[in-house]
Design a protein around this ligand. Sequence first.
Ligand code: NAD
Ligand code: IPM
Ligand code: MN
Length: 358
Amino acid sequence: MKKHILVVPGDGIGAEVTTIGKQVLEAIAQKFGHEFTYDEALIGHVAIEATGSPLPDETLTKMRAADAILFGAVGHPKYDNDPTAKVRPEQGLLQMRKELGLYANLRPIKLFDELLDASSIKPEILRGADILFFRELTGDVYFGKRERLDEGNTAYDTMIYSKYEVERIVRKAFEAARTRNKRLCSVDKANVLESSRLWREVVQAIAPEYADVQVEHQFIDAAAMLLIKDPKRFDVVVTGNLFGDILTDEASQIAGSMGMLASASVGDNTGVYEPIHGSAHDITGKGVANPLASVLSVALMLDISFGLKAEAEAVVSAVDAVLKAGYRTRDIASPTTQPEYVLGTDAMGQQILQLLQA
Ligand code: NAD
Ligand code: IPM
Ligand code: MN
């Protein structure tokens, strides 16, 4: 199979982890006889520095031409600490999602058994947890009207959803639930928010078409609590952009670390595959970032965008085998991990590559 992949490393540890992700893609191409070609483009802080724009036209053009995009992260402390900055790295990410129509963000919470003790949650609560989040990605308060009033002393953002936006993500979630344990939890705040009442109405209207799927509704506050109390009660979760952002960072603690969670952003065109984590400037340049979220994002790309199931499975198996062999990056190491088994970003990447090249 011939495919053209655009690598967009972005900022901070984005570059460190996508380097490993790209090597894994190439190892898969060699092993299975595919021809992958690659290009690179700028986004975020590095793009602002080079061009003044967080999403240069050249990047967008390359994105539209690619079969899939391997994305790192955006963000820089300079902007995090300056709320007045008008141009921000995150604008590049949001504009990319909107321009490419990436309305569905799939965030699988895959718990590798070997990492049961990496979490701060008790192993007996965690064992067997397996959740697939569908986070709506191009609507909500992220894209609603916002403004400063009253000479800058008052500000508002608008949480807004239209019926068609809710319908298309909810249908995707129902379809996925059908292929899994046939349970769907829709998360909203319908006891307070009008946009959530529309959300709930749409889910209720679609549910009869998927009579084989058991549906429940939870409010966001209760869902956040239940996720930690009893993660196994969830199968597929569907929710809006903001609630999904927050719940999945929380859910990363089920998998052991932010460094373990991959994601796929899909819509009508090119898919974007990226870790859920950010640019992590607290560890940038130290060579300790966990590259497995990027590696697992590659598995999602192979599966979802290219339909290469065996190849995707080979990547996930390699991650599983390396963890079974006892290797850990710092974020998933436990107090009992022997120091020689605590690897940096590149060494962890090498372990995965060795298995794929064997
Ligand atoms: P973050 O995800 O960058 O980091 C949160 C914590 O998790 C940090 O302690 C970090 O060291 C740790 N962490 C994250 N990824 C890791 C990995 N692969 N291995 C080991 N540890 C890891 O979130 P933050 O600190 O809130 O945000 C930093 C910047 O990233 C901000 O500018 C934010 O806007 C941006 N951000 C971007 C994205 C994205 O590009 N998709 C996502 C989240 C945050
Ligand atoms: C994510 C990030 C982004 C989001 C930020 C950086 C805009 O947190 O991809 O989860 O909130 O969507
Ligand atoms: Mn986030």
